[in-house]
Design a protein around this ligand. Sequence first.
Ligand SMILES: Cc1cc2nc3c(=O)[nH]c(=O)nc-3n(C[C@H](O)[C@H](O)[C@H](O)COP(=O)(O)O)c2cc1C
Ligand SMILES: C=C(O[C@@H]1CC(C(=O)O)=C[C@@H](OP(=O)(O)O)[C@H]1O)C(=O)O
Length: 364
Amino acid sequence: MSGIWGNNLEISIFGESHGRAIGVTLSGLPAGVKIDMDEVLVEMARRAPGQNELTTPRKEKDEPDIVSGVLDGMTTGAPLTALIWNTNTRSVDYSQMKKLMRPGQADYPGKVRYDGFNDYRGSGHFSGRITAPLVFAGAIAQQWLRQKGIVIGSHIQSIGSVEDERFESQGAVTAEQVEQLKSVQLPVFDESKRDAMTQVILDAKADLDSVGGIVETFVLGIDAGYGNPFFDSVESTLAHLVFAVPATKGIEFGAGFDITRMRGSEANDSYYYDENGQIKTRTNNNGGILGGITYGMPIVFRTAIKPPASIEKKQETIDIEARENADLEVFGRHDPCIVPRVLPVLEAVTALGLMDLILGRDKA
Ligand SMILES: Cc1cc2nc3c(=O)[nH]c(=O)nc-3n(C[C@H](O)[C@H](O)[C@H](O)COP(=O)(O)O)c2cc1C
Ligand SMILES: C=C(O[C@@H]1CC(C(=O)O)=C[C@@H](OP(=O)(O)O)[C@H]1O)C(=O)O
């Protein structure tokens, strides 16, 4: 498995959902970064399981235990390692998963890839739980970025067919609005959509089913000139990390696939000087990135998140031990929708990707 990523900031994640602990080691963090643990814990709580009826009932505190790299609240410059203990595993839920392959889950390909030795309990290293260490690491990266005036936010673009307004239609979104969005479980620009989104999740759950959606992530305050083309363009870097997040099925930047229906005259983002002499563009169809490099407008992208695979509704599958067809109902503690818990994960990987690019700017 490849649990290591990064050119300038190296992130190494480890652990399994039902093992003793999961965690992360960050190497290449500059020394002297002040860590606000209260803020870290807020980010962890946004992602944590066991929040309410919209999430898996598995309850975990998700308090990172920092075992190296921090002294008196400041990074020392040595590798920073944090452990997150698994305290509420129920592996019996997975006893049939050794032979009954869940459709839509990693069971079958994981078994083939790791010659049957993969830890299938709680989906092992494939579990969405492995995003907890990413959120910890991303919270530190976000604190570093904020000192440079860079703020990352997100909202739910859609759940099922219920749509929020787009970032693009909001005018200037402020850092205060981002804080407000981070403070609620279903952050939307059009508050009237929250109840309908909640209902879509509850209806799917009542039907023993699950539902997906789209998250829109944006980066405010990023200057022009970041990104290391050819292969470490901003889009390649963010897409690489976003696709590492379990359940991601697509990503589009700016106007995304809709740009194909525009003519050049509409798609091009016209430049102008604002009243402070800053270079801006009238539209942001390119999502803040041209040639793989930022141009000083917000980075904007949307991520498609699939419905979780583990549902109680009866499905067809195979019994790989008996080598025969079988039916499957997945009982256990699962998210009826991943979207509400994935927002902080997408913000975290965005922060890690940008920090890596910014640290590497002068080297590349
Ligand atoms: C925060 C989070 C929570 C998740 N919760 C569940 C869950 O409860 N049940 C489930 O079947 N999949 C869940 N997933 C998705 C699976 O982990 C994922 O679908 C699986 O590992 C296969 O990966 P893939 O969908 O990217 O191909 C979750 C993912 C994330 C990021
Ligand atoms: C524990 C978390 O979410 C888990 C993600 C997950 C999956 O298949 O991805 C399946 C469930 O695992 P379990 O059956 O062990 O309860 C979720 O609860 C977490 O995100 O921290």
